[in-house]
Design a protein around this ligand. Structure first.
Ligand code: APR
Ligand code: PHB
Length: 389
């Protein structure tokens, strides 16, 4: 088989890129290891910047997002007993949209057949070949037979564990990492949210987040030691913790319900600076991870793909390689700023095991300053709503 761009991975990055290329008349095939249901089973942050919603609009795949997404004009940072509202719209003129990543992925998947975007699901042993030469190709096993996909470029959209990043030789690699000494225990339930806007809280018992998927579905998290396993937690115990942290500061208080999902996710900051090697280009989680504080993961994937699709269209339609040559620098400039924001919000809002009373006072002083400083609130709002492309 032959195509112009072989895209590895059908998560948000691969699907968005595939649709953008298709819309521009560039041939591409998406090769995905998992089955569609598995891809839809992953539960991740659901706060969309306008960069992301604008891409969905540009694709004309925004009807459900517009109908069901919640437009949020602000969010909150909190301490034990105090809520500090960041009025995003007053400070930046923009807003964020709460719409689950699962729903966005489903919309992109559902639109694929009608637009002629070919996605090969359940492709085993995906491997990249000849990325340093002029004729790269991808091989995979489908229904027991090995297939070869020849292409002009490969887009590595296969997440943190995929083969694309690993195909880059060690001598070319530049990577940076910070692993945090705690995880987030999350619960999803069909109960109304405790507050109309998100609350990120730094309490004496540790970090907690009150988020939502809709007016009837809530998503909560609390900070837990890395040694905790989800089996160590009962639903009741988790609801008790959430109620203790959010009942004093939220509008409606925590409503309990049966867990649709409970899981623990570790927190990591990671940047793989080699986003281009030969004819391979990385986008999304394959090149970078942010801790979920600030919900930048999906939005960074969207900005990478916006840059990369323009660059690939320039090369393949106009014979102009300037976009491809500039891709890495352009993407990294935005990535590092989002890394900085996610890291600083993580530092401000969590209890680090190595911290003592002094560090806690520093956090309290920063939050107190933030509560009264429009300049600081503006800086946070600008980053939360998303820096311009
Ligand atoms: N072969 C083919 N596909 C693979 C392989 C492989 N060997 N390994 C992984 N994949 C697929 C995964 O099954 C997944 O569907 O690549 C896809 C990667 O998707 P994501 O991990 O969602 O990464 P990305 O599309 O970059 O999305 C970034 O998702 O992970 C969140 O927080 C992140 O919100 C951000 C967004
Ligand atoms: C979520 O709703 O899952 C969510 C929201 C905001 C975050 C992280 C996760 O910063």
């Amino acid at each position: 088989m032959k195509t112009q761009v072989a895209i590895i991975g059908a998560g948000p990055s691969g699907l968005l890129l595939g649709h953008l290329l298709c819309q521009a008349g560039v041939d591409c095939v998406v090769v995905e290891r998992a089955a569609p249901d598995y891809v839809l089973g992953r539960i991740r942050a659901g706060v969309l910047e306008t960069v992301t919603t604008d891409l969905m609009t540009r694709l004309g795949i925004d009807a459900r997002m517009k109908a069901e997404g919640l437009v949020e004009a602000g969010f909150n940072l909190a301490t034990n007993d105090r809520l500090i509202r960041i009025d995003i719209t007053a400070l930046t003129g923009k807003h964020v949209t709460v719409y689950g990543q699962t729903e966005l992925t489903r919309d992109l998947m559902d639109a694929a057949p009608g637009r002629g975007l070919e996605i090969v699901y359940e492709a085993g042993d995906v491997a990249l070949h000849e990325i340093e030469g002029d004729s790269p190709f991808v091989t995979y096993v489908k229904d027991g037979a090995t297939q070869r996909l020849d292409c002009a470029y490969i887009a590595g959209c296969d997440g943190f564990h995929g083969p694309s990043r690993k195909a880059i030789p060690a001598h070319a690699v530049r990577e940076f990492e910070r692993v945090y000494p705690f995880g987030w225990l999350g619960i999803l339930a069909d109960v109304p949210p405790c507050h109309d806007e998100l609350i990120y809280a730094n309490t004496d018992a540790g970090f907690a987040l009150a988020s939502m998927r809709s007016k009837t579905r809530s998503r909560y998290y609390i900070q837990v030691p890395l040694t905790d396993r989800v089996e160590d937690w009962s639903e009741d115990l988790l609801w008790d913790e959430l109620a203790a942290r959010f009942d004093p500061i939220s509008e409606h208080g925590v409503t309990r319900g049966r867990a649709l999902e409970m899981s623990i996710a570790p927190l990591r900051s990671y940047v793989f600076e080699t986003m281009r090697h030969g004819r391979l280009f990385l986008a999304g989680d394959s090149a970078h991870i942010v801790p979920p504080t600030g919900a930048k993961g999906l939005n960074l994937a969207a900005s990478d793909v916006a840059y990369l699709s323009d660059a690939l269209v320039g090369a393949l339609k106009q014979g102009d390689d300037a976009g491809l040559d500039g891709y890495q620098a352009k993407a990294l400039a935005r990535i590092w700023k989002a890394e900085r924001f996610s890291w600083s919000l993580t530092k401000l809002m969590h209890r680090f095991p190595e911290d003592g009373a002094f560090e806690h006072r520093m956090q309290a002083a920063e939050l107190d300053y933030l509560a009264s400083s429009t300049a600081m609130q503006t800086a946070i709002a600008e980053n939360y709503v998303g820096l311009p492309l």
